[in-house]
Design a protein around this ligand. Structure first.
Ligand SMILES: Cc1cc2nc3c(=O)[nH]c(=O)nc-3n(C[C@H](O)[C@H](O)[C@H](O)COP(=O)(O)OP(=O)(O)OC[C@H]3O[C@@H](n4cnc5c(N)ncnc54)[C@H](O)[C@@H]3O)c2cc1C
Length: 269
């Protein structure tokens, strides 16, 4: 759209209502595409208040919450999508384009081919606080590590990994058997997800997480190991799916290097 000015279509349905979905809406509008609706299975959008407000009022994009796509119609070219609301109502929207956004997983094909350990939560390579994977000499940064973060985060990680890479090239040292950091439902993943309690803290001194729950009741995060609480932190704002959530790394030197995995759980307020 932006570089080659290729045509997209005339009328689109955008599936998803998180920040990248709104970015897709802006791109489609820039290409002259009418937006029939944005559709999310969640009870509300998961972007910033101005993005949601702007799309609905200024761009007149209807937002259908609690709704999923059940069928795509068309032969050769899409002609419509069937939608179902959680209350059972169904509708078919005419459109020639559907854009699926959100619910990201990392593009991890190369990592899998390389036999590098994946983290169960992120489905990207498991990495420690200085971006070391489970394979000696292989570092990983950016959105390969977890669902989408802003481009600035990926760029910062690219800069931060330079030091550890240089160190490895000079001393050839690689950790063996680090502690896993895991999450319990409703949390979906945490990154980084390996630690050395005697090692450095992650970038910006925090771990990134995501929740699967959309009711906004999550009020605190608890970090524990073998039943021992290492850290408890109140959330300053409501946690929603697809939105970044962070927990401080102040606790990592309190973890027992010989203990079981560190587990992060959510508490309702
Ligand atoms: C639609 C959309 C809109 C976005 N809008 C914004 C925004 O407005 N602001 C913002 O800050 N962020 C935005 N983001 C997020 C931003 O794009 C990412 O944070 C950033 O691109 C991540 O950079 P990266 O280098 O980690 O990964 P990528 O930019 O994804 O680069 C990875 C590269 O590796 C290549 N690759 C993968 N596997 C292989 C392989 N096996 N062999 C060879 N090459 C391979 C891929 O083709 C790709 O070029 C958006 C993302 C999307 C999808």
């Amino acid at each position: 759209v932006h570089l080659h000015h290729q045509p997209v279509g005339a009328r689109a349905v955008v599936v998803g209502a998180e920040p990248v979905s709104y970015s897709a809406v802006r791109t489609l509008r820039g290409a002259g595409v009418e937006i029939a609706a944005m559709v999310t299975d969640q009870p509300r959008h998961q972007s910033s208040w101005p993005a949601g407000f702007g799309a609905r009022l200024h761009r007149r994009v209807p937002l259908l919450t609690g709704t999923t796509v059940t069928e795509l119609f068309g032969r050769g070219r899409l002609t419509g999508v069937a939608l179902r609301h959680t209350d059972g109502r169904t509708v078919t929207l005419g459109c020639d384009t559907v854009v699926f956004t959100g619910d990201w997983i990392p593009e991890h094909e190369l990592v899998r081919l390389g036999g590098i350990t994946l983290d169960r939560g992120t489905r990207g390579p498991a990495v420690d606080t200085v971006f070391r994977t489970g394979a000696a000499g292989v570092f990983a940064v950016g959105n390969l590590l977890h669902a989408v973060e802003p481009a600035g985060t990926a760029a910062r990680e690219g800069r931060l990994v330079a030091g550890p890479v240089l160190r490895y090239l000079s001393d050839g040292r690689w950790p063996d058997g680090q502690l896993a950091v895991e999450v319990d439902a409703p949390l979906r993943w945490v990154a980084p997800n390996r630690i050395d309690p005697r090692g450095p803290r992650p970038p910006l001194g925090r771990f990134a997480l995501r929740t699967a729950r959309s009711d906004g009741r999550l009020s605190a995060l608890v970090v524990s190991q073998d039943g021992r609480v290492l850290h408890r932190e109140r959330l300053r704002r409501g946690a929603l799916p697809n939105r970044p959530l962070y927990v401080s790394a102040d606790w990592i030197d309190r973890a027992d290097p010989g203990g079981g995995p560190v587990v992060i759980t959510g508490q309702d307020g």
